[in-house]
Design a protein around this ligand. Structure first.
Ligand code: NAD
Ligand code: TYD
Length: 333
């Protein structure tokens, strides 16, 4: 099989490429990534010399490039996106361009090249927010995005699904909850808090820290994406979640406890505008039809993730200082 993975230099995409090449060592993987602020080729330094792996620096909105790359590709896995809610609040321009227009370009290229499977990686945030006692989101939940980020992802999901109904395109979609694990950009909650503490800084909790997220280890997510690509039914959506609902304050306290800091390191700051109260995923469809479920216990996954940041200061210190993008220039000129 020949896979085109978009956004493979980001957090989830890089872990996916490593996972796929480990599980499917004979497949060829092309990684198409624009290397925005979130793209980092150091995430894949362990696979970059493999003969069946090729990195192409490019934009998913670039029609000519995407059409050229798609020739001979069997499967497209679309991770490329602008992914941070707070940035989308500052400006939604790049979110609409990459998440909506970029997905449209990929879909048209996939159609022209008769791709066997187009898997679109999406988020539970498209469903909006849950109240504390509401049932969890599932595949039948109505779309109700409330941030520019989630609105752009919702638009991309709708486009992908429309190509199935209109053109019989072989698509699948996954909507996953909040990921954590190694190589996550330190603007997101867990890596930001861990690296701040390692730098002697406080952890900034929005509002009162009562918002709830359902945490899943990135390896569990990627195992789910692989199952969907291999066994998921064409045209279907699958919700993937970790079964780990915690308030942000609870997550902060777990990190502080593991790293032996006191709660004095918590700084409550101004809340995010339109801050979704709760996300939670009912993954029973994936469990029943794909025999998929999360395997990594949150306590274990979180402590291993903290250890990863603790033992890889070079990786995140470069990012926090903005130096990491020189890697591409050094490697590729
Ligand atoms: P990320 O921000 O770490 O990585 C995104 C990658 O996409 C980067 O490497 C970036 O360079 C690349 N990219 C951005 N614009 C591009 C463009 N125009 N052309 C080519 N490449 C481009 O994001 P992530 O956390 O790894 O998320 C990956 C996908 O998973 C996204 O689609 C996101 O919506 C989805 N998702 C994320 C989470 C989460 O918790 N992080 C949860 C569910 C779903
Ligand atoms: P984040 O990692 O940005 O993911 P998302 O907004 O996509 O869920 O944030 C996770 C939760 O943590 C969210 O409720 C916002 C909160 N948060 C903070 O309290 N402080 C922070 O510095 C950040 C980045 C997030």
């Amino acid at each position: 099989m020949k896979l085109l993975v978009t956004g493979g230099a980001g957090f989830i995409g890089s872990n996916f490429i490593r996972h796929w090449l480990r599980e499917n060592p004979k497949d060829n993987v092309i990684n198409l990534d624009l290397l925005t602020y979130a793209g980092n080729l150091e995430n894949l330094s362990d696979v970059e010399n493999r003969k069946n792996y090729l990195f192409i620096k490019g934009d998913i909105c670039d029609t000519n490039l995407v059409h050229q790359i798609c020739k001979g590709v069997d499967i497209i896995v679309n991770f490329a996106a602008e992914s941070h809610v707070d940035r989308s609040i500052r400006s939604s321009e790049d979110f609409i361009r990459t998440n909506v227009e970029g997905t449209r370009v990929l879909l048209d290229a996939a159609r022209k090249c008769n791709i066997k499977r187009f898997h679109h990686v999406s988020t539970d945030e498209v469903f909006g927010e849950l109240g504390s006692k509401d049932p969890k989101f599932n595949e039948t939940s109505p779309y109700y995005p409330r941030s520019p980020y989630s609105a752009s992802k919702a638009a991309s999901d709708h486009l992908v699904r429309s190509y199935f109904y209109t053109y019989k395109m072989p698509i699948t979609i996954s909507n996953c909850s909040n990921n954590y694990g190694p190589y996550q950009f330190p603007e997101k909650l867990i890596p930001l808090f861990v690296t701040n503490l390692l730098e002697g800084k406080k952890v900034p909790v929005y509002g009162k820290g009562q918002n709830i997220r359902d945490w899943i280890h990135v390896d569990d997510h990627n195992r789910g994406v692989e199952k969907i690509i291999k066994n998921g039914l064409i045209g279907e959506t699958y919700c993937l979640g970790g079964g780990n609902e915690f308030t942000n304050l609870e997550v902060a306290k777990k990190i502080l406890e593991y790293m032996t800091f006191t709660e004095d390191e918590i700084e409550f700051i101004k809340d995010r505008p339109g801050h979704d109260h709760r996300y939670a995923i009912d993954y029973s469809k994936a469990k029943k039809t794909l025999d998929w479920g999360p395997k990594i216990d949150f306590k274990k996954g979180l402590s291993e993730t903290i250890e990863w940041y603790n033992t890889n200061p070079k990786w995140w210190k470069k990012i926090k200082s903005g130096e990491y993008q020189n890697y591409y220039k050094e490697q590729y000129g």
